[in-house]
Design a protein around this ligand. Structure first.
Ligand code: FRU
Length: 505
């Protein structure tokens, strides 16, 4: 009898495991579902939040509405990864409370327990986020956004909100949000970089609970076609020189319409940010990278990730079960071109573990060349190439339904472009079917290009990441035909097509 009982439980367990596996497979393989990008199983997601690396785990929290696939009362959803490639969605981390919705913010490892939240030698993870009080907003108040904190003593599994919230009170500024906090050696304090309408306000704190205003930056600098949101502040190393990068997301007012990520380079002395140049620089020129910021606690590495959509149409894109994915994680670097610092973005090397060579070619005269026309190629994949010279070329990715995505370089304007006008469904928003462009900054005599194509997105990294573009699209079938054309007769010194394994298998 006992044995039969055991057998019954084993069978029940096996059946439920199988059902869960089948469920996951079904969930992550719908039409348009990204295969190498994180997206929530169901419902609405926007900005990445609280990205922090702790005890071998990369945490990715995100603006999440579990009630529908459109924006709504904001929670912090949660996903974890040990390799930046495979993600596991976790239970919701933070729920709305009496102070409001849980808007964007960051998380830090409080190694020295400055907050005093640590107990029994446990190092606290502290999340710093905006409490957005919709009742106050509706009542016409200006001070409905305030900064709050919460802590976790079990590496992000469970969170306790601080009883003294909010920790930074709003002085009467309607857009007062998205705190990004990091430890600053020069100040020997925590520094909060906060988006405050049309400028950034810096605050400092010894303990994450008590904050003092330090300075403001940017009122008349950079792009101001929309409200400033989701900032970040960190140093990058340029041949031993510390260059501070201040990221400022802006919506609308991006270079290709709607939401985008601009940045400034300069110096931060622990109190004030001083820019070293006042031109407007964009981290990603495509239409679909927004609210991007970096992971904290990753040492010298600066790993960036954005939301792969745009407020212009994010709520109406044709994925009804879930809405939006993140970009792939990108490693940031810095280069000097024409005496100007430019931030570079490249896919993190961890992605190599799922990238397998499919076709490798050398010295291809690319006047009119078909790279792949077989049905063996399936998305996602990566295409890398190097040209012999800086000449016009275009790459057409098409499918059996006759849809096409065209990506290329135009020498006359010195611009890269992504043309999604014929790349699939676009009736949800008139401006969606467009060709977007980005300047080429590199001065060397050949082009190198990396394209990462997933079921419904492309990410372009040109000239070792000096120009970056992200665009989403919604094709009927996967784009498995690749054709290169060049009126200038470019020679592709090398061309590598690699397939990428789904992270959900
Ligand atoms: C940016 C943003 C943030 C805000 C959040 C709300 O996309 O508007 O400024 O905190 O989204 O979901």
């Amino acid at each position: 009898m006992q044995q039969i009982k055991y057998l019954f439980f084993i069978l029940l367990f096996a059946a439920s495991t199988l059902a869960k596996a089948q469920d996951d497979t079904a969930v992550y393989h719908e039409q348009y579902r990204p295969q190498i990008h994180f997206s929530p199983k169901a419902h609405w997601m926007n900005d990445p939040n609280g990205m922090v690396y702790n005890e071998g785990v990369y945490h990715l929290f995100f603006q999440y509405y579990p009630g529908a696939s459109v924006w709504g009362p904001m929670h912090w959803g949660h996903a974890t990864s040990t390799n930046l490639v495979h993600w596991q969605e976790q239970p919701i981390a933070l729920y709305p409370d009496s102070l409001g919705f849980i808007f964007s913010g960051s998380a830090v490892v409080d190694k020295n327990n400055t907050s005093g939240f640590g107990k029994g030698g446990k190092v606290p993870l502290v999340a710093i986020y905006t409490s957005h009080d919709t009742a106050g907003e509706r009542a016409g108040r200006n001070d409905y956004e305030n900064q709050s904190i919460a802590y976790s003593l079990d590496n992000g599994k469970t969170w306790t909100k601080y009883s003294g919230n909010p920790v930074v009170k709003n002085p009467g500024i309607r857009d007062f949000r998205d705190p990004k906090v990091s430890w600053n050696e020069a100040a020997n304090k925590w520094i909060m970089t906060l988006a405050t309408k049309d400028r950034i306000t810096f605050f400092s704190s010894p303990d994450l609970k008590n904050w003092t205003k330090e300075s403001e930056f940017g009122e008349k600098l950079g792009a101001h076609g929309g409200v400033w949101e989701c900032p970040d502040l960190f140093p990058l190393d340029y041949n031993g020189q510390k260059v501070w990068v201040l990221i400022v997301n802006i919506n609308p007012g991006g270079p290709n319409g709607g939401s985008a990520t601009q940045y400034f380079t300069g110096n931060f002395d622990g109190h004030t940010f001083t820019p070293d140049d006042t031109t407007t620089k964009w981290l990603d020129y495509g239409p679909d990278e927004y609210a991007g910021i970096t992971w904290s606690n990753t040492g010298e590495r600066k790993i960036f990730l954005g939301w792969m959509s745009n407020w212009e149409y994010a709520n109406v894109v044709p994925t009804e079960k879930w809405r939006s994915a993140t970009t792939i994680p990108r490693e940031l670097g810095i280069k000097k071109i024409n005496n100007q610092f430019l931030v570079t973005s490249q896919p993190v090397k961890e992605l190599n573990s799922i990238t397998k060579p499919f076709t490798t070619l050398t010295n291809v005269k690319a006047t009119d060349y078909t790279v792949a026309s077989t049905t063996k190629l399936t998305t996602p994949y990566k295409l890398s190439l190097t040209t012999d010279a800086v000449k016009d070329f275009s790459i057409t990715f098409s499918n059996k339904s006759g849809e096409q995505l065209v990506i290329g370089f135009d020498k006359a304007t010195n611009q890269y472009y992504i043309d999604r006008t014929k790349a699939g469904e676009s009736s949800f928003k008139q401006s969606f079917a467009a060709k977007t462009v980005a300047p080429r900054f590199a001065q060397k005599a050949s082009i190198d290009l990396v394209l990462i194509i997933d079921a419904a997105s492309v990410e372009l990294f040109a000239d070792s990441g000096l120009t970056t573009m992200t665009a989403i699209f919604f094709p009927e079938d996967l784009l498995n035909q690749i054709h290169v054309q060049s009126t200038g007769g470019v020679v592709l010194k090398s061309l590598q097509l690699s397939s990428m394994q789904s992270i959900w298998k």
